[in-house]
Design a protein around this ligand. Structure first.
Ligand SMILES: CC(C)(COP(=O)(O)OP(=O)(O)OC[C@H]1O[C@@H](n2cnc3c(N)ncnc32)[C@H](O)[C@@H]1OP(=O)(O)O)[C@@H](O)C(=O)NCCC(=O)NCCS
Length: 191
């Protein structure tokens, strides 16, 4: 896959249980290191290690970004969320980084970003998507929500490992993108 090769993807995510419905537009195709840095710095509870932030920002200079924009009535000048992906093998990919502005949490931006990535991956024949996040062996309220998010968009825990990140457990979560399995959300390009 070429993450981000498809531009102007639009995912509409509806929240029937919320008073306000948010239609997310997801764009992709260009690196966005400035937006990645801005969003990471809004999330010190998750991205509080300066060297790690700088590493992500350096990676973001060459990795195309998926960016989530709220509906036109918000007239947003900046995206509310970003996703970077990695492709390891022809049939497998990884969510490398996700960050949504805390002011927009739980309003569908993350789901729209994952759906846009999955649409590109499926079109390119990818069968498996993984993500690595902090494991439950180290209790943390923020990462508990992160794991709930990944479970909410269809990921299953595969294995909790040690040694990858100094002093922290790493939970590998996976999702099958094979036909017949559920995508993260319905997408409605062009709506
Ligand atoms: C994780 C993150 C990207 C999710 O983005 P988001 O826009 O808040 O998530 P969404 O609103 O799209 O949530 C989609 C679904 O995930 C689940 N979910 C999300 N947050 C949840 C929470 N706090 N508790 C329970 N379920 C949750 C729900 O099923 C939700 O669907 P619903 O709202 O229709 O019930 C965002 O919260 C974030 O930036 N977190 C901090 C950084 C981070 O954790 N990055 C990943 C590091 S590995």
């Amino acid at each position: 896959m070429r993450p981000g090769a498809r531009r102007g993807y639009r995912a509409v995510v509806r929240h029937d249980d919320k008073a306000e419905r948010t239609a997310w537009r997801v764009t992709s195709g260009e690196p966005a290191p400035g937006e990645v840095e801005r969003l990471l710095r809004l999330l010190p509870g998750w991205f509080g290690i300066e060297s790690s932030v700088l590493e992500y920002v350096a990676d973001a200079r060459t990795r195309p970004a998926y960016q989530a924009w709220p509906g036109p009535r918000f007239q947003a000048a900046e995206p509310s969320g970003v996703l970077l992906a990695a492709r390891h093998f022809p049939a497998s990919a990884e969510i490398y980084l996700m960050a949504v502005d805390p002011a927009w949490h739980r309003r569908g931006a993350g789901r729209a970003l994952v759906a846009a990535l999955e649409a590109d991956l499926i079109a390119d024949g990818v069968e498996f998507l993984q993500v690595k996040t902090q494991g439950p062996a180290r209790p943390d309220a923020g990462y508990t929500k992160t794991r709930q998010f990944y479970a909410g968009v269809g990921f299953q825990p595969l294995e909790e490992i040690y040694g990858l990140w100094p002093g922290l457990p790493c939970l590998i979560m996976i999702k099958s993108l094979r036909p017949g399995t559920s995508p993260s959300t319905d997408s409605h390009p062009g709506r």
